[in-house]
Design a protein around this ligand. Structure first.
Ligand code: ZN
Length: 281
């Protein structure tokens, strides 16, 4: 019977789609998997310094408890005894990435213009939003959004009913190119600048609301609108993944980095987690 794992909770950094299966463990944190099929084999960590492992048998099920110690890449190996010196087959391994926390110091800007347009978001809601983002990113990749600042900021012009990123589009008047007008207010010392606007579009049909937010990673800037059909924390976590190096959308609908039109989950895969937080790879 092959060794198989079942996660105790969803969205905790376990990837069963790769061989060997893969588990992210935060430095100083713990992950638990239910394991079957290991028979009389016992688990050990290789290299030994990155994590501690314990196998707890209770109530007929075996729980593998992994505690991260220092950042690093390695494996849980299932062996006949801890002194085993022979090779260990891939089927008897679980890959580990013990990751240090990657903190994203984020400046939040609540935008208004000089013609009465303003975001309807309130700074009193921000900590809840950040908690929601981190419930997706910290648990799966040990990436943590941190509130660096939060302030109302005025763009001294009329941005209109829709704030547009349009400089990449042909035939759009320069007066419609509003991205730079907003992002001029960025905090250059932040890792990420998030600008809350009332309505955002980045395509040739600004009257059709089909975009929730946009991020230019090289600028470390994101514009995000007020109203959207997906959870706001999910959208901001998605944009943070763009910031941290994944430009393209995944075709897998359950992935956080699937496009908003297709997304039906918040999963971060092994390769995606290792891109947005290279610690322990
Ligand atoms: Zn996207």
């Amino acid at each position: 019977m092959p060794i198989s794992y079942a996660r105790q909770q969803t969205l905790q950094g376990f990837d069963s789609s790769v061989t060997p299966n893969w588990q992210m463990v935060p430095v100083g944190g713990q992950r638990t998997l239910t394991v079957t099929g290991h028979g009389t084999l016992v688990p050990r960590v290789n290299p030994t310094n990155i994590a501690n492992v314990a196998l707890n048998n209770s109530g007929g099920s075996a729980r593998l408890v992994i505690t991260g110690r220092v950042a690093g890449k390695g494996h849980i190996e299932w062996v006949p005894n801890l002194d085993h010196t022979g090779t260990v087959a891939a089927a008897n391994k679980l890959e580990l990435s013990v990751k240090a926390e990657r903190r994203i110091q984020t400046a939040f800007h609540y935008i208004k213009d000089n013609a009465g347009h303003t975001t309807n978001r309130n700074r009193s809601d921000l900590n809840t939003l950040i908690t929601g983002v981190n419930a997706i990113l910290t648990t799966q990749a040990n990436v943590t959004m941190v509130r660096k600042s939060a302030a109302v900021a005025e763009v001294a012009q009329n941005l209109g009913a829709v704030v547009r990123f349009s400089s990449h589009l042909e035939g759009v008047a320069a007066s419609e190119h509003e991205w730079d007008d907003v992002t001029a207010l960025a905090d250059s010392t932040a890792d990420f600048n998030v600008f809350f606007v009332w309505q955002y579009e980045q395509d040739a049909t600004p009257a059709v609301n089909n975009t929730r937010a946009g991020t230019i990673a090289s600028e470390k800037n994101c514009l995000m609108e007020d109203t959207m059909s997906s959870p706001h924390a999910e959208t901001l976590a998605h944009e943070t993944v763009h910031l941290l190096g994944i430009a393209d959308h995944s075709a897998a609908h359950q992935h956080l980095i699937a496009s908003g039109a297709h997304r039906n989950g918040q999963l971060i895969s092994k390769s995606q987690a290792n891109t947005i937080n290279p610690s322990g790879t």
